[in-house]
Ligand binder design. Structure first.
Ligand code: NAD
Length: 263
């Protein structure tokens, strides 16, 4: 996908999907901003990308986001593409979550993108348009654990539609991707408990493997590109087919075990 000369901000780009996305936008010709609450991680990602700008920002802070927009506008002239990728995900069980666990997940995962849109959109309107892509999750539409994160991601998908409808006439498109399980550093804690976790999880995916950061990055580059010029307000699953259905369950329901429903 061609993104020559575009100015692209990726939040949570210090590692994982965000870092891979920043690299791929740069490879497609964009000037990228690696934004992360973890300043050294942002610097490290940016150091590997020609011309990238590292910005330490907490997306829960509207003032911090305002400063980031001012910095990017003075360095790159404005923002063409915003990728809302940063998140927080409490691993505690529903009844054990503290108010702070719940608040943090909502603050980073949905309020962060909300505030980022509020800060970035006026400049996009002034420049005649722009693109926002939100990184949601399959957890927004089906329960796979992490209750407050899931509820926040559902809110993020609602925000996606709001922006698409409110600002379409201003030339702004807004879409989301909903990844399934993606092998990133985030999973290290779970992998420490169960080293075989990716192999176990892979069997639930129709495509037979968990995702990679580049699977999501490619979808983000597509939705941000002119090839998606008439696509707005949608959520694209990037999930190896997990939201499409569950074959093990289907076999139980149909009392059949074979390929294509054959016994
Ligand atoms: N990895 C998966 O299995 C998976 C599945 C579905 C959706 N996703 C989504 O993909 C996105 C990236 O996931 P990942 O696995 O790469 O995550 P990750 O935990 O590896 O990276 C997240 C990054 O966000 C940064 N961050 C956290 N709080 C922040 C804040 N307040 N302000 C700015 N930056 C902040 C972190 O420092 C980190 O660099 C997230 O939106 C996540 O919900 C991931």
């Amino acid at each position: 996908m061609e993104h020559q000369g575009r100015s692209v901000v990726v939040t949570g780009a210090g590692r994982g999907i965000g870092a891979e996305t920043a690299k791929r936008f740069a490879a497609a010709g964009a000037r990228v901003v690696v934004a992360d609450i973890d300043g050294p991680a942002a610097q490290k990602t940016a150091a590997g990308i020609d011309g990238a700008l590292a910005v330490e920002v907490d997306v829960t802070s509207r003032d911090g986001l305002r400063d980031m927009v001012a910095t990017v506008t003075s360095e790159f002239g404005g923002i063409d593409v915003l990728i809302n990728n940063a998140m927080s995900c409490s691993e505690a069980a529903f009844l054990e979550q503290s108010p702070d666990d719940v608040r943090r997940d909502f603050a980073v995962t949905v309020m962060g993108p909300y505030f980022a849109c509020q800060e970035v959109i006026p400049g996009m309107v002034e420049r005649g348009g722009g693109v926002i892509v939100n990184v949601s999750s399959v957890n927004a539409s089906s329960y796979f654990g992490n209750p407050s994160y899931s509820a926040a991601k559902a809110g993020l998908e609602s925000l996606t539609k709001t922006i698409a409808v409110e600002f379409g006439a201003a030339g702004i498109r807004c879409n989301a991707v909903a990844p399934g399980s993606i092998a990133t550093e985030y999973w290290e804690v779970r992998k420490a408990v169960d080293p075989q976790i990716f192999e176990k999880v892979a069997r639930w995916y129709p495509l037979g493997r968990v995702g990679r950061p580049d699977d999501v990055a490619d979808a983000l580059l597509f939705l941000a590109s002119d090839a998606a010029a008439w696509i707005t307000g949608v959520v694209l699953p990037v999930d190896g087919g997990i939201l499409a259905g569950n074959l093990a369950m289907t076999r139980d329901i149909t009392a059949k075990s074979g390929h294509n429903g054959e016994s």
